[in-house]
Ligand binder design. Sequence first.
Ligand code: QUE
Length: 339
Amino acid sequence: MDEAEASVLARIEGRAGLILMNRPRALNALDQGMIDALTEAATRFRDDPAIDLVVLEGAGGRAFCAGGDVRAMRAAVLARDTETVERFFTTEYALNRMIAEFPKPWISLIDGVCMGGGIGVSIHGSHRVVTEHAMLAMPETAIALFPDVGTSYALPRLPGANGAMGKYLALTGARLHGAEAVEAGLATHHVPREKLAALREALLTGDAGMVERFVAAVPPGRVAAERPAIERCFAPDDIASIMAILAAEDSEWSRAQLAVLHRMSPTSMAVTLELLRRGAGMDLPACLAMELVLTRAVTRHPDFAEGVRAVLVDKDNAPRWQPATIDAVDPAAVKAMFG
Ligand code: QUE
């Protein structure tokens, strides 16, 4: 493949290993080739004593990484090509673990859309820098997947009471902009976009402490304002109780959250809450192993192909979930999906 066309570009500058996710027309969503190339670059930079830190970015100015190549996963599921599905999630989760265990600073510069798989290649690293153009989300319940890439470990550990922030983000797919992602605990530093080039340059010295010098404080934002309501409403571990509290709260915010939850896959919401409940008591490798088992059952469930169809293929945003309501989801069937 031509170097300029490569979907991942990796090079050494100064003491830094620079990695660019380069599939801008797909918002740098991770396909199998990108996962393989990222793993190769991470391995090389990890083992090179001349490299002190890694900087990860997305090409094109709009996205860091919009997620995984779920359209390809849907096509493989419909073709009964389980090998392709298995390989994708196995290698993606292995990369997530490798980043968590990375012996050097792993610094993600998030200046645009960062969802799903994009969270997975950033959240396990040491530094998640967001600009005011960053938009972070875990939107999987909209396509009947579940919060994967090690977020069953990370989400229950976000700061705050009752694991509520993680449940809120995972169930509603709430989009966090810029410094809101720092307030929620998904990101570690907020740096203005206009300073990003200078930060990248400073990191070539190999000193990750440079990040602190570029941080711009921002006044408390939406997440801080909504935190009390989030921690009240998303405290329970079952979706019926969460929805009952939201309904009783009867605020403009709670009505909006209810409307969002009514559009999500009921099965996926039940799976997500069970996953986060279990993940709260497990280490990252165990969480990733649990997620891998879950991908087998969840991608075979009709809601997955239907959700990807509705959101990313036909884009009618009118998925027909089976079952269509929370009440009709069988808790025993949900537990059985965990193997
Ligand atoms: C849930 C998801 C994804 C999503 C939307 C969801 C996801 C994903 C993309 C995506 C978006 C734009 C692209 C692209 C992929 O959207 O995983 O290639 O151009 O990759 O509601 O999980």
